[in-house]
Structure formats: C-alpha cells, structure tokens
Design a protein. Structure first.
Length: 157
C-alpha cells in the first residue's frame, strides 16, 4: 500500500471551490485500500481501516413561496379610513405570498440514481498496518545483513 500514497482533492471541495480553490490532501484513497484487500481475497469491511457507508448529503438553497397573513386597514372608496359603528378602524386579514430562501440537506445520487456514500480511510489504522509491515521487512533485511556479515567473516578467515 505504500506505493498507493498520493495527493488528492475531495470532489465535493472541487465542486464547491473549483479545482484551484480546493485544498490538496495527502494519504491513501478509499478505493485503493478497498482494491488492495479485494486483490488478496480479504473482505475490506472486516478491518477497521475503511469507514463511511453513510449517505452523502449536500446543502441546497432554494427559494420558496410562503403564504403569510397580514392585517391591513380597510379604506373607503375615497381613500379614507373605514370605521365600524363604534368608530374603530376596520382591519381585514389577507394572505400575502412571501418569497424566502430555505437551506436544506438533500441526499446525493449518482447519474444512475444510486445513493452516493461518504467514504473515508482511518489513517491511523493504515499507518499501524504499514508500520507493522515495514517493521517485518526491516527484521528480514537485518537477518539477511547479519547472515551476509557472517558469511563475509567466514570468507575472510
């Protein structure tokens, strides 16, 4: 997996900020880890390195029309205030459409209508596996070096 370490940008950040505005991240991609396990007949979900089988959501802002009730003063034909028999100003309640922006979280689907999932890699799990692998390789190399040094001493004597 060491050869799969890479730099990448999150698709969601590129969509939001553009290719130049999205930050670079460094590590290993979910798909690469998943493929590496599958290639050696291991179930990647059995290990704690991959996470995120949750539905992805995006924030959407849209304009909606909402009907609100307002009270307004009733006027006579000549534009003066209409009064009731007790001399109070007559008020009526009317419904008025009002546009407002609403922000909501909506699920994301791909072109075929399949839900897009948030996927991620638990880097501390990957690092532990890589360190263990490197440690094994170092021990093998140390043993080979020791063996070669012993053979060299035998040849020299």
């Amino acid at each position: 997996m060491l050869d799969q370490l890479t730099s990448f940008k999150y698709n969601s950040a590129v969509a939001e900020k553009g290719i130049e505005g999205a930050r670079l991240h460094h590590g290993i991609c979910y798909q690469d880890v998943e493929s590496a396990f599958i290639e050696v007949d291991l179930d990647p979900d059995r290990y704690g390195m991959l996470c995120g089988k949750d539905q992805a959501y995006e924030t959407v802002t849209k304009t909606v029309t909402e009907v609100v009730q307002e009270e307004r003063q009733v006027l006579n034909e000549d534009g003066t205030e209409k009064l009731d028999e007790d001399g109070n100003i007559v008020v009526e309640t009317i419904e008025v459409p009002v546009e407002k922006e609403v922000t909501e979280q909506v699920p994301v689907f791909d072109e075929e209508g399949n839900p897009v999932l948030n996927k991620g890699v638990r880097t501390e799990e990957i690092h532990t596996l890589l360190f263990a692998s490197l440690n094994r390789q170092v021990k093998v190399l140390e043993a080979k070096i020791n063996d070669l040094q012993s053979k060299l001493k035998e040849l020299e004597s």
